[in-house]
Every structure is written in structure tokens, then in C-alpha cells.
Design a protein around this ligand. Sequence first.
Ligand code: ATR
Length: 282
Amino acid sequence: MNDRYVIIGNPVSHSISPLVHKQFAQQTQQALDYDLLEAPLDSFEKTLKQFVATGGKGGNITMPFKEQAFALCNQLSERARLAGAVNTFKVEDSGQLFGDNTDGIGLVNDLQNNNIVLRAKKILLLGAGGAARGAIIPLLEQQPTLLYVANRTAQKAVRLVAQFGEYGALQGGGFNDIPTQPFDVVINATGASASDSVPDISSRIITPQTGCYDMYYSKERETAFVTWARNLGAQICLDGRGMVAEQAAESFYVWRGVRPDTQPVLAMLSNKRPHTEDGDEA
Ligand code: ATR
């Protein structure tokens, strides 16, 4: 029997992760199955433990369970610890759970795939939940001059900045506190796109040169954030599909010790984009 992997979330039917991992398995000739597993909102722990008890080898965790997964893992990678959230787990031979977080590296890799430069740039990160938290250290490692974390609830952004305080380029506050200057890169890590809305921020931060990236994606249509940024004239507006492929490749490496080539998957996903001009799930 093939080794079994899953993506656990609620809802999870929209996930493109099974498609991506099946391609990776084929490409690297790894014998594994990868399926969707919807956990009831009040029984994530039971669902995870059942999967492990029946011989499951690992998987991804998506909304809204990343923080719960973090709390349930026996061991954590440094990046999961810093993110406070787990999007990748591996069942060790001992039955213990190893938790990792590949979202941040997936985001940075996809930004780089799309020639969005981060070094010495001004970056605005919208949101202060698990998705934003996982992105902070990987973004700071690229040495921007400013990483401004803005959140609808200002306190949460301020708390995040205090938590990562030793990094000089990091600042944060509410949407009204965002410095009214154009940013080089604007990343939406809020859940607004899930409800087809856009964070209530000034349009003055966007110029045609601003690289705009929505960590969210929808199979059916362009996200509200991508439409908003494109209507403001931004030339580069991307949704989070590429990030899904990149974080998936990193997860695959954690499980199998083999790093798949993301290019064929990225090409497949870009053909599926609802708009040709244009990753948070797993
Ligand atoms: P995730 O793990 O995906 O980050 P989360 O931890 O629930 O999910 O965080 C959701 C984030 O999206 C928060 O930053 C939230 O802002 P608040 O802290 O003010 O709640 C943000 N968010 C959700 N819907 C939003 C909207 N319509 N406009 C702006 N921000 C929104």
C-alpha cells in the first residue's frame, strides 16, 4: 500500500494541494497517496489522531487548524515555532508528530519566481493572523528596508512587532497608521478575500510599480484584492497559487527527503488562473 498523506482543513474541498502533490509524486517516482480530509470544526484533534492511528504518514494543515496543529505536535521546527502555526506535519516512526511551517518560504520563493525584489524594498504586510506571522521572518531574511505589518485590529499588529522586536526594519499598526507612501510590495495575508472583500486601506500606497500579492486564491475567480490592485494600475498582481506550489514542494521535501521541481506545477497552475495577468491555504 502507498504511504498516505492528507490535507486537513474546513472547508477543504477547494484545495489544489492533492493535484500538486500527485504531480510531485509522479515526477519524483514516490509511491504515495494524497487526499482531502475535512475535519469537523470541533474535532480537529480526533481527526488527526485517527489518521495517525490508521497508519497515515503526514500531511498539510489549512484553515482554521494551523494553531491547533501547532499545539498538538510533539516536536517543532524553528520556523514553525516562530510562526506559532503548523502547516506541515510528519508522523515519525515512533508515532510522534513533527510540526513544520513551509508557508513563509513558499511565499518568498513565489515572489522571487515572479521577479518581485524584496531586498532594500518597502514591504507592506496586511494581516496579523497565522498567515502573516509565518511570513514575517522569511520576509525579514530578505533584508527589506521596511516591513510594515498592518492589521484591522491595530493591537494585534503592535503585539506581533513587539514579539519580533529585535529586527530593525519591522514596524506595525492599524490600517490608519500605515505610512502614506508608495510601497514596493504589498502582500495581503488577511482573510478578507475569503469573503470577497478588500482590507480598508488607502489606495495611495499602490503605484504601477508596486508588486501586489494575495496569499489567498480562488479556483473560480480573481480575488477581490487582485482586482482592487489591478484597478489601481499595479502591473504585477498575483494570487497565492504559486505559493501553494512552493510551500508544497518544501513540505514534500520534509516528508520524503526529495525536492520536486515546481516549474511544471507552476506552469499548470498559471494556465488555470482566472485572469492571465495574474497561495493561504495549506
Ligand atoms: P490566518 O491563520 O489565515 O491568518 P486568522 O489567524 O484568523 O487567519 O487571521 C485572519 C486575519 O485576517 C486577521 O488579521 C484579521 O484581522 P483582525 O485581526 O482585525 O480580525 C484579518 N481579516 C479578516 N477579514 C478581514 C477583512 N474583511 N478586512 C481586513 N482584515 C481582515
